[in-house]
Design a binder for this molecule. Structure first.
Ligand SMILES: Cc1cc2nc3c(=O)[nH]c(=O)nc-3n(C[C@H](O)[C@H](O)[C@H](O)COP(=O)(O)OP(=O)(O)OC[C@H]3O[C@@H](n4cnc5c(N)ncnc54)[C@H](O)[C@@H]3O)c2cc1C
Length: 424
């Protein structure tokens, strides 16, 4: 029995590693030539740190350049407000680690490549499902050398919120709505700048700032559909509020020469009612697109992967059976739907009650700056929700195969060795 996974994001890469280490033949397809793609978040929360720990990877992960955030806070015009402190969370990890997502994916896939049953195909874009006898029996993909097929007992769509395979399976998500989109750009950083990543809110404006040592990665939140109008006013319409909210960047905003230097990321919040067909399963954003609120999407995708491997690895290891039946796949959905429902409900609440008014209404700085982290019940609730999420998953199986000396390059199917470029 074997598994083919479309999409080398957090969900697909983690599932591939977990299956490979228990001896399941697994092929992972990623349509890009590297993991360096548009921003989809840099936040690794305690629940994912715990999973890395259980995999014996926490040491290597924490050796990557990273920033730790022990507190959730928002900087307003009159100063910072603490929302919650992660200190005191059960478990070994009481912080969010900010690590560029390509480093995280590089670590997971290079670890998977040490197992002989893992195969990584880069520049391999899945475009259709193979169907036989009412079940999915694999997928078709395109790479620089042409069209190919991979047959498998289980085909997993981990190809993100624009999932092609989900659509080919006739599954359509229910849209829940998001009031904002995000503009994403870089500004040089200087030694005297703040150290920590932070959220800055001012009347009508919201910015997230992530410290990447030599530059700031900035996310400027705009109201949904507001991009054309903003771009029509010229680049000063973006530079001006950023300079006002982050005064230390003021002299450097000339690097944003125009909207060509800015990426527009559409925010979506949706989920499938049904995540499976016989022999086919959607996980991660393909099953439920997450909003950036609380930065939990990567972590939910990882949790889906851990639950899927825990529930299906045994079946996938047993020899000579046909496609994985829907009854087994339904168990994955039943396990992961409640955390999805609760997390999306809270994201919607924050989107509608805080972000939407913050973007559309004018308000002055708060007269009092409450330290919400000092309200014990509230702090415990927020810290648990953000840090561990609803129903944190744990790696159940121990590896049954000793990792071989395979490395990423030898496991990659495309002709050229894969290199993972770094942003300067
Ligand atoms: C603006 C924005 C900011 C966000 N910020 C954060 C944050 O700070 N923290 C956080 O935790 N979450 C954040 N999220 C949510 C988070 O990005 C997602 O929930 C998470 O990436 C989902 O992981 P995934 O593996 O399911 O999908 P993805 O990360 O989307 O990965 C899908 C992968 O599949 C590949 N692929 C797509 N189609 C195909 C195909 N046909 N064949 C082969 N490969 C394919 C893609 O190239 C990609 O590598 C943010 C989302 C948005 C929109």
């Amino acid at each position: 029995m074997s598994c083919v996974i479309a999409g080398g994001g957090p969900a697909g890469a983690m599932l591939a590693l977990l299956l490979a280490r228990t001896g399941v033949e697994v092929t992972l397809l990623e349509k890009h030539a590297d993991f360096l793609r548009d921003f989809r978040g840099d936040t690794i929360h305690p629940s994912t740190l715990q999973v890395l720990d259980e995999l014996g990877l926490a040491g290597r992960f924490l050796a990557l350049p990273h920033r730790k955030a022990h507190e959730l806070s928002v900087v307003t015009d009159s100063g910072p407000i603490r929302l919650a402190s992660l200190r005191g969370l059960p478990g070994r990890y009481d912080y969010i680690a900010f690590v560029p997502q390509w480093d995280f994916l590089d670590l997971i896939t290079s670890e998977a490549a040490r197992y002989p049953s893992f195969r990584l195909l880069m520049r391999a874009e899945a475009y259709d499902l193979i169907r036989e006898g009412g079940a999915v029996r694999g997928l078709r993909y395109l790479d620089p050398s042409g069209e190919h097929e991979v047959r498998a007992a289980l085909t997993v769509a981990a190809d993100g919120r624009g999932s092609v395979l989900r659509e080919r399976a006739g599954l359509a998500p229910q849209e829940l709505g998001a009031p904002m989109d995000v503009l994403w750009f870089r500004v040089p950083r200087e030694e005297s700048d703040p150290e920590q990543p932070f959220l800055r809110v001012s009347s009508g404006h919201v910015v997230v700032a992530i410290n990447r040592e030599t530059y700031w990665q900035l996310a400027y939140v705009i109201r949904k559909g507001g991009y054309e109008e903003l771009a029509g006013r010229g680049i000063e319409a973006l530079r001006e509020p950023v300079a006002r909210m982050l005064p230390f960047t003021a002299g450097r905003l000339g690097v944003i020469g125009g909207f060509d230097d800015v990426s527009m990321l559409t925010v979506r919040l949706n989920r499938l009612r049904r995540w499976h067909r016989p022999g086919f399963l959607c996980i991660g954003d393909a099953a439920h697109a997450m909003s950036p609120v609380f930065g939990v999407g990567i972590n939910l995708a990882v949790q889906d992967a851990v639950a899927t491997a825990g529930l299906l690895a045994g079946a996938l290891r047993s020899p000579g059976r046909g496609p994985v039946p829907e009854a087994a796949l339904r168990r994955v959905q039943r396990r992961r739907m409640p955390p999805t429902l609760v997390t999306q409900a809270v994201q919607r609440l924050v989107q509608n009650q805080l972000i939407k008014p913050a973007l559309t209404r004018r308000f002055g700085p708060p007269r009092v700056r409450p330290d919400l982290a000092r309200v014990p019940v509230l702090n415990r609730l927020v810290r648990r929700f953000v840090g561990l999420g609803v129903r944190p998953e744990h790696v159940r199986a121990t590896p049954i195969l000793t990792p071989s000396s395979h490395n990423v390059d030898t496991a990659v199917g495309a002709e050229d060795p894969v290199e993972y470029p770094r942003m300067s």
